[in-house]
Design a protein around this ligand. Structure first.
Ligand SMILES: Cc1cc2nc3c(=O)[nH]c(=O)nc-3n(C[C@H](O)[C@H](O)[C@H](O)COP(=O)(O)O)c2cc1C
Length: 202
C-alpha cells in the first residue's frame, strides 16, 4: 500500500477482533518504523508503553470510559514522553554527527529546554503526535486498523503504569484487526476553512 492509500484509508476504528494475535516480528516492525519519526533536536523523547498483560488492560479500560479498543486490540500502546530527555545524555542523539555539529547541538539543546517546563511539555506532545500518526500509517499499510485515543483518566492510567514523575502520557494508539467498518467521515472541513493565506484577518 502506498502512503497516499494508507492516509486515505486510515480511520479511527472502534471494534477489533480480540482473538487476533500479531507476531513478534509485526510488532517489532511497527515500532521500529515508528521510531524513524522526526523529533526536535532528535530527542526521540517518546516512550512506548506496550501493554500485553490482559489484567492490566482491563484495569486501564475501566478508567478509559470502558472503551473496548483498550482490551480488544492486538497492539495497545500508551504513548508517553520523557520531559527530561533533553537532559539525559543528549550526546547520544548526535553521537554519529560531525564534531562541529555536536559542538553546536548540545549547548543549543540545553538552552532551548532548561528551566522551560512549558516548552518541554509542548515538545513532548509534538513528538507524540507525530509518532502516533506514523504508527497508524504503518499499521494501515500492514493491513491493520487503529484508533488514536485520549478518552481516559490520565492520572489513573499514570498510576497503573507507574509513570515516572518526569514523564507524561500523551495518548493511546490501539492497533488491531478491525471487525466493523467505521461510519463515513462525519464532517470533513474544506481547505477554505482551515488554510489561511499568509496571515489571519485582522
Ligand atoms: C488525540 C485523539 C484522541 C482521540 N480519542 C478517541 C477516543 O478516546 N475514543 C475514540 O473512539 N476515538 C478517539 N479519537 C478518534 C477521533 O474521534 C477520530 O479520529 C475523528 O473523529 C476523525 O475520524 P477518523 O480518524 O476516522 O478520520 C481520537 C482522535 C485523536 C486524534
Amino acid at each position: 500500500m502506498n502512503t497516499i492509500d494508507a492516509i486515505q484509508s486510515r480511520r479511527a476504528v472502534k471494534q477489533f477482533d480480540v482473538d487476533h494475535r500479531m507476531t513478534a516480528e509485526e510488532v517489532e516492525r511497527i515500532l521500529s518504523l515508528a521510531i524513524l519519526s522526526p523529533t526536535a533536536f532528535n530527542l526521540q523523547n517518546w516512550r512506548f508503553v506496550v501493554v500485553n498483560d490482559p489484567e492490566l488492560r482491563k484495569k486501564i479500560r475501566a478508567v478509559s470510559w470502558d472503551q473496548s479498543q483498550v482490551t480488544d486490540t492486538s497492539l495497545f500502546v500508551i504513548l508517553c514522553a520523557d520531559l527530561k530527555a533533553w537532559d539525559k545524555g543528549p550526546g547520544r542523539y548526535w553521537a554519529n554527527a560531525p564534531q562541529e555539529v555536536q559542538d553546536f547541538m548540545l549547548p543549543a539543546i540545553d538552552a532551548y529546554y532548561r528551566d522551560k517546563p512549558q516548552v518541554q511539555r509542548d515538545e513532548a506532545m509534538r513528538s507524540c503526535g507525530i509518532v502516533a500518526q506514523t504508527l497508524m500509517l504503518v499499521a494501515r499499510s500492514m493491513g491493520y486498523e487503529s484508533c488514536p485515543m485520549d478518552g481516559f483518566d490520565f492520572e489513573k492510567v499514570g498510576e497503573l503504569i507507574n509513570l515516572p514523575d518526569d514523564h507524561v502520557i500523551a495518548m493511546y494508539v490501539a492497533i488491531g484487526k478491525g471487525t466493523k467498518e467505521p461510519w463515513p467521515r462525519p464532517g470533513q472541513l474544506g481547505l477554505d476553512d482551515v488554510v489561511i493565506k499568509n496571515s489571519f484577518a485582522q
